[in-house]
Ligand binder design. Sequence first.
Ligand SMILES: *[C@@H]1O[C@H](CO)[C@@H](O)[C@H](O)[C@H]1NC(C)=O
Ligand SMILES: *[C@@H]1O[C@H](CO)[C@@H](O)[C@H](O)[C@H]1NC(C)=O
Ligand SMILES: *[C@@H]1O[C@H](CO)[C@@H](O)[C@H](O)[C@H]1NC(C)=O
Ligand SMILES: *[C@@H]1O[C@H](CO)[C@@H](O)[C@H](O)[C@H]1NC(C)=O
Ligand SMILES: *[C@@H]1O[C@H](CO)[C@@H](O)[C@H](O)[C@H]1NC(C)=O
Ligand SMILES: *[C@@H]1O[C@H](CO)[C@@H](O)[C@H](O)[C@H]1NC(C)=O
Length: 623
Amino acid sequence: MIIATLGVASVAGILYFLFNLWWPGWYLDWTYRRNRIKIGNRLMHLISSGQFLVDVFEDKVKSIPKKAFVLYKEYTYTYEDMDKMANKAARAAIEIGVKPGSTIAIMIHNHPSIVWSYLGFMKAGYQIALINIYLRSRSLSHSINSSGANVLIVGEDPVLSEAILEIKDDIPNITTYVLGSSKQSTLFLSFDLVLSRVSDVTLDKNIRKHVLPTTTNMLIYTSGTTGLPKPALVSHTRTLAAAFAFQTFDISPDDILYETLPLYHSAALMIGFGNTIMSGCTMVLREKFSASHFWEDCRRYNVTIIQYIGEVCRYLLAQPKSNKDKSNKVRVAYGNGLRQDIWTEFKERFDIERIVEFYGATESPVAIHNITNKTGSCGRSSPYLRQFTPMVFVKYDLEAQAPIRNKAGYCIPIHTDEVGLMVVPLIDGKTSFQGYRGKKEDSEKRLLYDVFEKGDKYFNSGDLFRLDKDYYVYFNDRIGDTFRWKGENVSTTEVSNILTDLDFVTDANVYGVLIPGTEGRAGMAALHLTDSNIGTLTPAMIVSLSKHVRTVLPSYARPRFIRIQKQFDMTSTFKQQKTILVREGFDMNVISDPIFYLDISTYFYRPLDHEIYKQIMAGNIAF
Ligand SMILES: *[C@@H]1O[C@H](CO)[C@@H](O)[C@H](O)[C@H]1NC(C)=O
Ligand SMILES: *[C@@H]1O[C@H](CO)[C@@H](O)[C@H](O)[C@H]1NC(C)=O
Ligand SMILES: *[C@@H]1O[C@H](CO)[C@@H](O)[C@H](O)[C@H]1NC(C)=O
Ligand SMILES: *[C@@H]1O[C@H](CO)[C@@H](O)[C@H](O)[C@H]1NC(C)=O
Ligand SMILES: *[C@@H]1O[C@H](CO)[C@@H](O)[C@H](O)[C@H]1NC(C)=O
Ligand SMILES: *[C@@H]1O[C@H](CO)[C@@H](O)[C@H](O)[C@H]1NC(C)=O
């Protein structure tokens, strides 16, 4: 009997072992898939009954009218309060003659008014273009122009109306309304005046009956791969789908989300705000991220979920340690870009139960989540999961900045543990790329054709990943974040992880710059120092930086230039910041920050001055 039992157990054990060998992590895939099916069914149910995010919101207003929806400073807005304001916003837009189905641009900071504007304009079935509030001059007028809107609503903050005033002549066909009652409203039309004239009664849903699942709900600007911000078209289906993201963990109506990311980006609006509505929970809105107020706010509002981008975590860790660090109710941190070097420290110092890292982009047809506990991985992509979330990783040529193609002209899938470009097949009814509004070329640039066979079509994610033998996916770099120097590939993420090992470095943004007379790109790192009052590297720091870089990095990966950046602000996304840094390079004529260069005769960093700069530009200094 015992022997028989042992026999059965060992046979089962062997079968399990073999099965696992054949399909590593199958139980994780099943769990993930079950969760996806549940979400998929709920999504399909809503879409097939003609319901979109705004309808879900209106249902919540009926079922939980008095529940706190948005907390802002000392104010509480219930579901019902926001609904009334949203009704007014919708009616006001109709009153000023915005045509059904057309676009309204909004440029509003994180404030309750962006919430009710967004909801209200959805109620009336308009498309909403979300203008980045930090844009100025040409990029601002370009963004507004490319939205196709005729009406622009500007938030109450006077800096916003001043920014518009500067470019008024470049947007001649746009009527601007200002919120609030500041003196700027005399220079523009007052939206408050219109609001005061209209009722707050719910609109008949018929007003948005032209809205279909594929209809564009909003335009969210992304940097794309390069250049000026491009409006990515986000349909109602995608808006709805993103609002299920938190169902990958057990979000409940009792949760309180702390939102410090800007609501004009997809992370905060599509995911943070969308999920607040979907689960009927509460969102604490803060004007902008503040490292010193973060945990104080979390305690004050009993926050249970926080949303991050990598820099947020880094700046929180850079705050002085406090014995209150663990006293918070945060159970989930959701976001992307948390780098491996600080993952554990972040989780432990602030006692966060669960970190859910995801990969996705506003315009990407797919997203993945790490719901497993594999360090460093942002999700899984097994053959099984790829049937539902299709993605392929192909070999990429960094020099040519294009996928490598074989003799027949097709792309080549990577082997286990190699790094490759993620591409997503565009299959009708399964995956779709809605593209950007306006110039067709911008959208075309994101597509790849004839990838594995003649006539096929793929979305180019622009991101490089590694896939291990157990099908875990690891983010490696964005295209352009890996550069070639001395015939070697340098990964900016790896170098920056190493630089932040130094206790006086909070963050390091690494990129490649051109040096006249050399091939490829030389590494450059923009550093944020832990003690921001110093402003530059002290002699002792130079010694330890030089030593660290020399010890840990191979010669080709050692940054040739170091730039000390004074402050951290979230005025632009990480990607945009990098574009600016790359453009400025080490040009002493445009940068006022201290710059150091690597003297390769001693491998010591030295301050860059105008004389040496001239020598470098003349090709007289070896790198
Ligand atoms: C916006 O459009 C107007 C009208 O066509 C044009 O005069 C202006 O140059 C455009 N501005 C930008 C920044 O594209
Ligand atoms: C702006 O309006 C004028 C007059 O209606 C029209 O001729 C022009 O094409 C418009 N420009 C844009 C960029 O829509
Ligand atoms: C936070 O929770 C504590 C205890 O659970 C409670 O006393 C307090 O009123 C809550 N604060 C808010 C703002 O809800
Ligand atoms: C991962 O860890 C979390 C929290 O520790 C736990 O709840 C969850 O079940 C784990 N997931 C897997 C797949 O092991
Ligand atoms: C996600 O992955 C990280 C490591 O990369 C792990 O620490 C974390 O617990 C994972 N999150 C969940 C929810 O399993
Ligand atoms: C660098 O990347 C290219 C792909 O662009 C690859 O062919 C080459 O093998 C890589 N070199 C090294 C040393 O990893």
